[in-house]
Design a protein around this ligand. Structure first.
Ligand code: C2E
Ligand code: MG
Ligand code: MG
Ligand code: MG
Length: 293
């Protein structure tokens, strides 16, 4: 099991992993070398403004091109990375690589346009007291505007570990924004929500699926919009797969959304083409296949 408190040594983590299964240590060894071996990849999923169709942000989503097992999605290795402590190195690589790439895109944008970057943080990363300083250091080194960065985490990550709060406050003081990922699926009480350092609620895709078929889900989607307005937070609706969902969410008051309807997580080269498309072309976008999705 993962050690979730304190900062256990790498050896302790490895011992835990070895107890678990025979195959796991081998995979953990591979994972320890993955970043240096150049096997980690980033895909970028567009986040669009519902009204204009403008691509306003991208979420960086990690993949592992394993030498024998093929392209692995995060569900296949992030839990192992968390158990072994390798998540710290992987998370650092993700942030550096994403800032470098998105920074290059920002430099090419026409005047008046902006592009934000969302990066996911694991609860294990949040336990590390130096995390905020490390993130700010990367931003500084890459020359990336902190106001264009969003860090995403689940609500349980924040409620379970209150020590993350001062770190997030340090990031926010520099302009970094904090998003609660998969919002609505955790258990944070509304009382917590008013006190957490949060700027954006990402409505979980389970409320978006079957939006028109299930009045209760639609009611939750609407309640989240109202809540965000009261708490002065922004929202992003996740998992939009068809035009009806996009329309319905727009009517409910959502202004920003993400999902296969707009684009799947894409390799950097494919995002470049989208950056230069006009808004009207969005609904007919050809979506590249993400083999690991
Ligand atoms: P997430 O942060 O909630 O990311 C959104 C996930 O939903 C992505 O899966 C994306 O491919 C998927 N998705 C997006 N639009 C749609 C849609 O319309 N329909 C459906 N069915 N799915 C959609 P992915 O890339 O497999 O990532 C899964 C999770 O792995 C992420 O969930 C995030 O929690 C975690 N993750 C990904 N990259 C990183 C990373 O660099 N670091 C950490 N710590 N976690 C990561
Ligand atoms: Mg996310
Ligand atoms: Mg999510
Ligand atoms: Mg998720």
């Amino acid at each position: 099991a993962a050690k979730r408190r304190g900062t256990p040594s790498w050896a302790e983590y490895t011992a835990d992993a070895m107890d678990a299964e025979q195959a796991v240590p081998a995979l953990a060894d591979d994972l320890a070398r993955a970043a240096d071996a150049g096997q980690l990849r980033l895909l970028y999923q567009p986040i669009v403004a519902l009204e204009s169709g403008d691509l306003v942000a991208v979420e960086a989503l990690v993949r592992w091109q394993h030498p024998t097992r093929g392209l692995l999605g995060p569900d296949a290795f992030i839990p192992l990375a968390e158990q072994t402590g390798l998540i710290h190195g992987i998370g650092g690589w993700v942030l550096r690589e994403a800032c470098r790439q998105v920074g290059a895109w920002q430099a090419e944008l026409p005047p008046g346009r902006s592009l934000h970057l969302s990066v996911n943080l694991s609860p294990i990363q949040l336990e590390r007291p130096a995390l905020a300083d490390e993130i700010l250091e990367v931003l500084e080194r890459e020359g990336f505007d902190p106001r264009a960065l969003v860090v995403e985490m689940t609500e349980s990550a924040l409620v379970d570990d209150r020590s993350a709060v001062p770190q997030l406050e340090r990031l926010r003081a520099r302009g970094v924004r904090v998003a609660l990922d998969d919002f609505g699926t955790g258990y944070s009480s509304l009382r917590y929500l008013t006190r957490l350092p949060v700027d954006i609620l990402k409505l979980d895709r389970c409320f978006v699926a079957d939006l028109s078929g299930d009045p209760e889900r639609a009611a939750v989607a609407e309640a989240v919009i109202r809540l965000s307005q009261i708490l002065h937070m922004d929202t992003v609706a996740e998992g939009i797969e068809d035009p009806a969902q996009a329309t319905e969410l727009t009517l409910l008051g959502y202004r920003t959304a993400q999902g296969f309807h707009f684009a799947r997580p894409l390799p950097a080269g494919d995002v470049e083409a989208l950056l230069h498309r006009s808004a009207a072309e969005w609904p007919s976008l050809p979506t590249a296949l993400d083999p690991a999705a």
